[in-house]
Design a protein around this ligand. Structure first.
Ligand code: GLV
Ligand code: MN
Ligand code: MN
Length: 397
């Protein structure tokens, strides 16, 4: 099978032009934004050019389908609010190239997917969560982004493009190529990572309600300042986790909104995102207990109310042994003794898809280990090596 590197890189750069940020190679292409929908329309055209039948489901997941049973490949084409050009896009465009190359070589049938809202504007990998049955459409539609738009409202923009549900039974498995998004391969100098398993995640919003008041007249000892509650919570959390976490465990407060968010007002309300990830589902549960107990304790000590939002999450998953072995053989052929087996600390659509079929994943290095930032990048030679590994694995099917 001949993987066409020029055609693949051309498509990857064209996809970046939808939502190109102007800063480095960054993109701003959140789920259901104008740039996201334009990118999906362009991708649909490239799928048709590749001889695939285009379908879009009610979530906006975009499929290019081969005839009969096929191997599904792809990832997502939405981005973080400030994202890189490769996160998700690489896996979609690589899948397109492998589908074309396999067809030209008379190889196995390959279908292509770009899932919607992998980056969680509304939750956690929402598009593939609904497609896989992990989340039902009605509950998904009630999820809110950080400015209060519901997913149900946001997905109205896809109206005319929806063709209907896509039956997972036609796929024999799912393979996703992705950038690593961390420092492991960049540090070791290896070109390819074959994924062993993907960590689990929990994500919920926490709200402290105190008393909004005048910032000049309210004595410090009488304040019920919601931001001070968040600050105290964050300062104590690491110590409470100490006996539970490992060096591989991570936790993040990535979004905070204060009400009314003004210099001269003691904030009466603070809403923040609390997210934690680990490869051990039991540890995720113990961390949740600590988070809830600490937030309750802080609210009580400061005369506040605390509310916990809907708990979103995915369990850790292991990659399929047979598909993984094919990727390992491909990695050894393309990058002899210059690849490794490794876990994924980032989440991927593959986690949801593993409910339906065997899945496997492949990584290429991220320069400086940077992702979810405009500075995200990968050497072109490594991008092409990743597609060649996919091609080699498909040839061996
Ligand atoms: C996916 O983008 C993640 O947050 O890991
Ligand atoms: Mn991604
Ligand atoms: Mn991402």
């Amino acid at each position: 099978m001949y993987v066409n590197a020029v055609r693949f890189l051309d498509d990857l750069h064209t996809l970046r032009s939808f939502g190109a940020s102007g800063v480095g190679k960054g993109v701003v292409r959140p789920a259901y934004s104008e740039a996201d929908m334009e990118a999906r329309v362009w991708l649909a055209g490239r799928m048709r050019d590749a001889g695939l039948r285009v379908e879009m489901d009610a979530m906006g997941n975009l499929f290019g389908l081969a005839e009969g049973p096929s191997l599904l490949m792809g990832s997502h084409s939405d981005s973080q609010p400030e994202g890189g050009w490769l996160d998700g896009a690489l896996g979609v465009v690589a899948a397109l190239e492998v589908a074309r190359a396999s067809r030209e070589a008379g190889g196995p049938a390959i279908s292509v997917v770009s899932f919607q809202d992998e980056e969680g504007r509304f939750g956690v990998t929402t598009g593939s969560a609904v497609w896989s049955g992990h989340l039902d459409q009605t509950s998904a539609d009630r999820l809110c982004d950080h400015v209060g738009v519901t997913l149900g409202e946001a997905r109205e923009v896809i109206g005319g493009l929806v063709t209907g549900p896509v039956d997972p039974a036609q796929f024999t498995g799912f393979v996703e190529l992705h950038i690593e998004q961390g420092p492991t391969l960049d540090t070791s100098g290896e070109q390819i990572g074959v994924v062993s398993d993907i960590v689990g995640i929990r994500d919920m919003k926490i709200t402290f309600d105190g008393q909004q008041n005048h910032a000049g007249t309210t004595p410090m000892h009488l304040r019920r300042d919601a931001f001070q509650a968040v600050s105290a919570f964050n300062a104590e959390l690491d110590a409470r986790f100490r006996n539970v976490v490992t060096p591989a465990t991570v936790w993040t407060i990535g979004h905070l909104s204060l009400h009314p968010n003004a210099s001269s007002i003691v904030p009466g309300r603070a809403v923040f995102s609390m997210q934690w990830r680990d490869g051990d589902g039991g540890r995720l549960v113990r961390m949740e207990e600590i988070i809830r107990a600490l937030a309750d304790e802080i609210a009580k000590a400061r005369g506040m109310r605390v509310q916990f939002g809907q708990m979103l999450g995915l369990e850790p998953v292991r990659m399929d042994a047979r598909l993984r072995a094919l990727l390992e053989q491909g990695a050894q052929a393309v990058a002899p003794d210059n690849w490794r087996l490794m876990p994924s600390g980032a989440l991927h659509d593959a986690t949801n898809v593993s409910r339906l079929m065997p899945v496997a994943m492949l990584f290429v290095p991220s320069i400086g280990g940077i992702s979810h930032a405009f500075a995200e990048d990968t050497d072109e030679a490594d991008l092409v090596a990743g597609v060649k590994v996919l091609g080699a694995a498909v040839s061996a099917l």
